[in-house]
Design a binder for this molecule. Structure first.
Ligand code: PLP
Length: 361
């Protein structure tokens, strides 16, 4: 089904104000945004408008009670100039899981994907070239009832904007294992990409940074023993040539699209992958025996972020040099080649958006 989307073009592009050779993450925004309203029990008013600020009532429900969810995905260009969006259907599905958990209305997956297609097409000139750069796409939904009191909102707004970005981390990351702060509990909202999860992670992140680390490595909330996630990335370890990542069961970690892709590619390349609990005891025992070969975070923003060191209590543990990391290097290489259209998309992951090539004038 095709949805009717009204388009109001920006009068003047801001693209000349942006230095595409020097793109910090998430600071520049493309010319347009997609908006849809949920009122009277249905989604309506699908429109693309020039990028602009919102005007919201101070009692807007999302500010006070946190019904706010988001997604993040990326587009690149292939060598022929077509836009390629990585696995938007997976983000559409996850968006609705988040919406359901937060008592928010679901959004038709076809609308989510079509809106992304149109917003990327209209601002395709904002897609940076270069292997590490891309157009970051940020869909989000918030409760917009103007009302003080705790109830599910009746009205919601869904928006997508895009932002040209460079690499998220410029060097391998150091992570600190948090025992004082817990990200998610069984029965909670750990599997949802809801705004509150990130607000709650900022203070622990500040403490980790004060100790010289880049990210928090989260443990489970019950035994404070099992690894969960690394900041806002899923976490992977390679021990004795086996790729290990914490399981989705229990609902405390995010079902990352990058996580899912890394698992699929590693298996295809012949590596053994285990989705299972892995404890700090097991990890440090294997590390002491010299069996830990790799550790990395996986997420859309950073793609694959090698972990070079881990802090636990007051000790710092250095992990093997990046050049020795066979599995993450091989998986990352294939993932990048698929995303940029260099090799065949055998998993059917890419949404290809043909871009009409204009005659030079
Ligand atoms: C977004 C996110 C991830 C990564 O998910 P991707 O779909 O790979 O981007 C992992 N963990 C958390 C907590 C996240 O918010």
């Amino acid at each position: 089904m095709k949805y009717e989307i009204k388009i109001n073009h920006a009068e003047k592009s801001k693209i000349d104000e942006v230095d595409f050779n020097n793109l910090p993450f998430g600071k520049f925004f493309s010319d347009h945004m997609f908006i849809a309203d949920y009122t009277d029990g249905g989604w309506k008013n699908f429109r693309i408008e020039p990028f602009h600020n919102l005007s919201l009532h101070p009692a807007t429900s999302a500010f006070h009670y946190g019904q706010a969810i988001f997604e993040g995905l990326k587009a690149q260009k292939d060598s022929a100039g077509n836009a390629l969006v990585f696995r938007p259907e997976s983000n559409a599905k996850r968006f609705n899981l988040s919406a359901e958990r937060m008592g928010m209305p679901s959004l038709p997956e076809g609308l989510f994907t079509q809106a992304i297609e149109e917003i990327v097409r209209i601002d395709h000139q904002w897609i940076p070239s270069g292997e590490l750069s891309s157009l970051y796409i940020r869909p989000f939904m918030m409760a917009v009832d103007e009302y003080v009191g705790i109830k599910e909102s009746d009205d919601y707004t869904f928006i997508i904007f895009t932002s040209p970005v460079g690499a998220y981390y410029s060097s391998p990351v150091k992570v600190f294992i948090s025992e004082d702060y817990i990200r998610a509990f069984p029965g909670g909202v750990g599997f949802a990409k809801c705004a509150g999860n990130y607000g709650a992670s900022l203070l622990p992140l500040r403490f980790a940074k004060q100790k010289g680390y880049d990210q928090v490595l989260w443990l489970d909330g019950i035994e404070k023993k099992y690894f969960q996630e690394c900041g806002t990335m899923n976490v992977f370890f390679v021990i004795n040539n086996i790729l290990i990542t914490p399981p989705l069961e229990g609902g405390t970690i995010l079902d990352g699209v990058t996580r899912n892709s890394v698992i699929a590619l590693a298996r295809k390349q012949g590596y053994i992958v285990e989705e299972r609990d892995i404890s700090t005891d097991e990890f440090f025992r294997e590390l002491a025996l010299g069996h830990v070969q790799e550790a990395f975070g996986a997420g859309t923003a950073a793609t694959i972020a090698p972990i070079i060191g881990i802090g636990f209590h007051d000790k710092y543990f250095e992990l093997p040099a990046i050049e020795t990391r066979v599995i993450s290097t091989a998986v990352k290489k294939e993932l990048f080649a698929i995303k940029s259209g260099e090799i065949a998309d055998e998993f059917g992951w890419m949404l290809k958006i043909p871009i009409a090539v204009h005659q030079a004038d």
